[in-house]
Design a protein around this ligand. Structure first.
Ligand code: TYD
Ligand code: MG
Length: 462
């Protein structure tokens, strides 16, 4: 990077300690971290503003009494009409809010957001789709294939220049804008190439500013790196209001949309879609989808009633314990956390006398789903025991509960919703944490088997 000819309007900020420098250096002289300095546009200083743009002392204050502030104003929402997306957003997109949608290349981010804009247009809104990746012709062809209304106000801009994007927003005044992707849009104020950390920050910061000022619901598409992290620093996630992860396993048609951060709603909500020839289709009953291929009477298969977010969902936990290992046993976890699996194996060993020693252990959530909530612990532990003993658990049984280090089964939220979903799907028994309240399951729609410990649960499945 050459310093000559640089416009005076940029500075370098350390990503670790936020110290500001006029020039790039390999090491921050303030906190001594290496390679943390990132170029950014220096804030303009007007005569009336002090450092950082704060109002001059003695000037009028912007602070107002709570009673005078209209809270509804801050959360005006527009609905895309795609129920799974609106729910994950917290009830629709917030005008003035910025949502980052991250996912692997090819997972369907462009498809999802084009469909979302089409839904908004159908609802009478104007929407702007900006692509730095595809030509307007390609986007139009895809939009037609997805059934976007031809007569509505869906505007397309194939341009990677941030200034042009801002002008387009100003001139067309859409209710929603999609930037596809944040890595391919570039500000001419910075010398760095598109997709660099400096550009990502600048694009995101200016879009946040623009969205707030013009009351546009903005969506930024972000590609993720191989290890699943959003390309660019965490600071991108801090800049935006909502972060959604769009995920899918290779070879599976269904996709999950998960809130990772949401200033305007719950950050635990999960939406489920299936990729079809006509774009993404909502899966309104995921339990049926995830249980469709469950093998009958197979050891190692246990159904868990999960509830990530507000919607309960039944998933099949599969374990395979293979005694013929060469060397120290392998542990493979798909869809559940690997360190959680290690913990459960240790608890099974010490509290229930089930030793997995040198066995190879595989745990999988059928269908390629990922379950983050600890309520899946009990089903994972039971599936491991079932596979080790080579005895199937009853097929009309579901289980849920968090497992603690002492082997205790701890309560989890939304028990009633989980039980209702299990009953609805035809299950007749549920192993659940024993609640403090004696009559907690009095009106349960199926037989409830409360347990205090993992050992008690293991006795129930024999
Ligand atoms: P895309 O939305 O381009 O993914 P991303 O923007 O995350 O990179 O979708 C990519 C895949 O989806 C592509 O392999 C084709 C497939 N697809 C369908 O199966 N059906 C469709 O209707 C569309 C538009 C795409
Ligand atoms: Mg794309």
């Amino acid at each position: 990077m050459s310093g000559s000819g640089r416009k005076a309007s940029t500075q370098f900020v350390c990503g670790a300690c936020a110290a500001i420098f006029p020039r790039w250096m390999g090491r921050c002289t303030s906190c001594n971290a290496w390679n943390t300095l990132v170029e950014e546009v220096a804030p303009k200083r007007s005569a009336s503003a002090g450092p950082g743009g704060a109002a001059r002392p003695g000037g009028p204050t912007a602070a107002r009494p709570l009673a005078e502030i209209d809270g509804r104003d801050a959360s005006m929402r527009i609905q895309t009409g795609i129920g799974e997306l609106d729910r994950v957003l917290g009830g629709g997109a917030v005008l003035g809010g910025v949502t980052l949608v991250g996912g692997d290349p090819g997972v369907g981010k462009s498809t999802l957001l084009l469909q979302a804009l089409a839904g908004l247009v159908r609802g009478g809104h104007r929407a702007l789709y900006v692509s730095g990746e595809e030509s307007a012709g390609q986007i139009a062809a895809r939009a037609r294939r997805l059934g976007c209304p031809e007569d509505g106000e869906l505007l397309v801009l194939a341009d990677g220049d941030l200034g042009s994007v801002e002008r387009a927003i100003e001139e067309t005044r859409p209710s929603a804008v999609v930037i596809d992707s944040v890595q391919t849009v570039r500000s001419a104020d910075l010398e760095s190439a598109a997709g660099t950390v400096a550009q990502l920050r600048e694009v995101a910061a200016r879009m946040v500013d623009r969205a707030k000022r013009e009351r546009v619901a903005a969506f930024l598409v972000g590609h993720v790196t191989k290890d699943g992290a959003l390309a660019g620093p965490k600071v991108l996630e801090h800049l935006v209001d909502t972060v959604l992860a769009f995920e899918g396993e290779r070879g599976h048609a269904f996709r999950t949309l998960r809130a990772q951060k949401n200033r305007y709603g719950s950050a635990t909500e999960v939406g489920v879609f299936e990729m079809s020839g006509e774009g993404l289709v909502e899966v309104k009953s995921p339990s049926a989808l995830f249980l469709a291929e469950r093998p009958a009477h197979a050891p190692g298969s246990v159904i868990c009633a999960t509830s990530e977010g507000t919607r309960p969902m039944l998933v099949e936990v599969q374990a395979l314990v293979s005694a013929f290992s060469n060397g120290s046993g392998r542990r493979t976890a798909n869809g559940v956390d690997g360190s959680r699996l290690a913990l459960l194996l240790a608890v099974l060993d010490r509290k229930a006398g089930l030793a997995f020693g040198a066995c190879d252990v595989f745990v999988n959530i059928a269908g390629g789903l990922r379950i983050d909530e600890p309520a899946v612990d009990l089903a994972v532990a039971l599936s491991l025991a079932s596979s080790l003993r080579d005895r199937a658990v009853p097929s009309d049984l579901v289980a849920f509960g968090e497992i603690g280090l002492a082997g205790e089964v701890r309560s989890v939220p939304r028990t009633a919703a989980r039980l209702a979903e299990a009953a609805q799907m035809g299950f007749r028994r549920a192993i659940v944490p024993r609640s403090g309240r004696a009559d907690a399951h009095g009106k349960a729609p199926l037989e409830v088997l409360p347990v205090r410990t993992l050992a008690e649960a293991l006795e129930l499945i024999g």
